[in-house]
Design a protein around this ligand. Structure first.
Ligand code: BG6
Length: 476
């Protein structure tokens, strides 16, 4: 491996429909669960919502112009299901398809590879109301039909498909922590809905392959590798349990087609293991083979310690940005996530650990023997706008160290297709409002014109792309 990234490596950036588009009632769009959740008092930071967001729906040409100026190789975005199928299934809204055709065409004309996410959390409200959305196996057929509509419409233009964004996060926050819709707290339901996401992934992969499309398909999992807090056997054991019930649990079912044996037995002992039929196993295993890549969203690592059976449970997390509010959290009898004194933390108490990305890539690539794609990586921060400038050196530093970690992993044999930062412009953070920023482009949300202002990190990433990563790898 040379001192640069391969020529075909996709240096990109990402977003999601609800977090950027706005226009939440326009052109026949139906309601998603997020359109309604944000209206319930106390559910989001200071009641923020995505009604307008960055107004990308009307201003995507301006945003793509900025991407072009930067030299971006790939733009990952998601489709809003209810723009295409306002009732979740059945009637197709042509205006929805038109919008995404225009966006994709604009990207292609500017030589930016579209990376399309089919689902980034905005489930049609109708499906939630009718059968509980992810709680029912009925979601499999409806989702697959929706995906087929997209394949049919965009299958010739789009070569990179991400079926689900972070199924482990939206099921956990929706069914275990009650922080996302539908706001439930039930370990049983969390494991059940997660199983349904794997079945959706499998059915959609199969449909794509049966359609004979020429592109690559996978799903993106939020992956948080873990270290033992000490060499004490009890902490080592906690780490193994974390892998069997979290890391390998979420990954294996998508990319091996089965759950890790220890984890499944443990959840069976606790009476909460999801039902896995023979039919499920068949299709899950088939799809695991057919999936072309593993999407990884990486933000942080975890430090793990022993947690006795009467130990601590799950806690909520910092959504205020007041640093120093890290709370231990865990599953009694399995593991406990503790503060890591060896790394820095963000203002939202997320551990900054570039080496964790290398660790994640290497262990995933060894276990599943598939190419990987970093579909999200970035730092959320309070950016200050001073005289039309944003000096976000911390972002440059964060990204640089993580890009170096990708390169290290590739030197260790990882087949990495691309790297998308989160995010291109600032956007809505689901639970943290507009004050937690991730973009290269600052958006002044106080100004109704939503002006776009390039931050210092914009020039840094422009240089990353121009030098094929070489500016991150050479010694200064
Ligand atoms: C990922 C999601 O979990 O992390 C994004 O895919 C999200 O949609 C990103 O915005 C950052 O999380 P947060 O909570 O800081 O906005």
């Amino acid at each position: 491996m040379s001192d640069r990234f391969p020529e075909a490596f996709l240096f990109g950036s990402a977003s999601a429909a609800y977090q950027v588009e706005g226009a939440y009632k326009e052109d026949g769009k139906g309601d998603s669960i997020w359109d309604n959740w944000v209206r319930i008092e106390g559910k989001t930071y200071q009641g923020t919502n995505g009604d307008v967001a960055t107004d990308h729906y009307h201003r995507f040409r301006e945003d793509v112009r900025l991407m072009k100026e930067m030299g971006l190789k790939a733009y990952r975005f998601s489709i809003s299901w209810t723009r295409i199928l306002p009732e979740g299934r059945g009637r197709i809204e042509k205006k929805g398809l038109d919008f995404y055709h225009q966006l994709i065409d604009e990207l292609l004309e500017n030589e930016i590879e579209p990376v399309l996410t089919i689902y980034h959390w905005d489930l049609p409200q109708t499906l939630q109301d009718e059968y509980g959305g992810w709680e029912s196996r009925r979601i499999i057929d409806d989702f697959t039909e929706y995906a087929k509509v997209l394949f049919e419409a965009f299958g010739k233009k789009v070569k990179y498909w991400i079926i689900l964004n972070e199924p482990n996060i939206f099921t956990q926050l929706g069914y275990l922590l009650a922080l996302h819709p539908p706001g439930k707290k039930d370990m049983n339901l969390y494991l059940k809905t997660y199983h349904h996401t794997a079945l959706v992934h499998a059915n959609v992969v199969k449909a794509y392959k049966e359609g004979g499309y020429e592109g690559l398909i996978g799903s993106s999992i939020a992956y948080t590798p873990g270290y033992a807090a000490s060499s004490d056997e009890k902490d080592e054991e906690a780490r193994r349990r974390y892998y069997d019930t979290v890391c390998w649990w979420i990954m294996d079912i998508f990319y091996k087609g089965e759950y890790p044996a220890w984890g499944y037995e443990e959840f069976t002992r606790r009476g909460i293991a999801p039902e896995v039929t023979d039919e499920d196993t068949l299709i899950l295993k088939e799809a695991a083979k057919l999936s072309d890549f593993i999407g990884i969203n990486y933000y942080q690592s975890a430090m793990l310690a022993h947690n006795p059976i009467d130990g601590i449970g799950l806690s909520d997390f910092n959504v205020s940005g007041e640093k120093g509010n890290f709370k231990e959290s865990g599953v009694p009898g399995l593991y406990r996530q503790v503060y890591n004194p060896n790394v820095e933390y963000t203002d939202w108490d997320w551990a900054i650990d570039p080496d964790g990305l290398r660790v994640a890539l290497v262990e995933i690539s060894k276990r599943y023997e598939k190419p990987a794609f970093i579909s999200e990586n970035g730092i959320g921060a309070f950016d200050e706008l001073e005289e039309e400038k944003v000096h976000d050196g911390y972002r440059t530093e964060y990204l640089k160290s993580h890009i170096m970690a990708c390169h290290e992993a590739m030197k260790e044999g990882v087949d990495l297709l691309g790297y998308c930062t989160w995010s291109f412009t600032d956007l809505l953070s689901w639970l943290n409002g507009y004050q937690k920023r991730y973009g290269f482009v600052y958006i002044d949300f106080e100004d109704e014109n939503l002006p776009r202002i390039k931050k210092d990190s914009f020039a840094f990433y422009e240089e990353v792309i121009r030098t094929q990563g070489n500016n991150c790898l050479r010694e200064e």
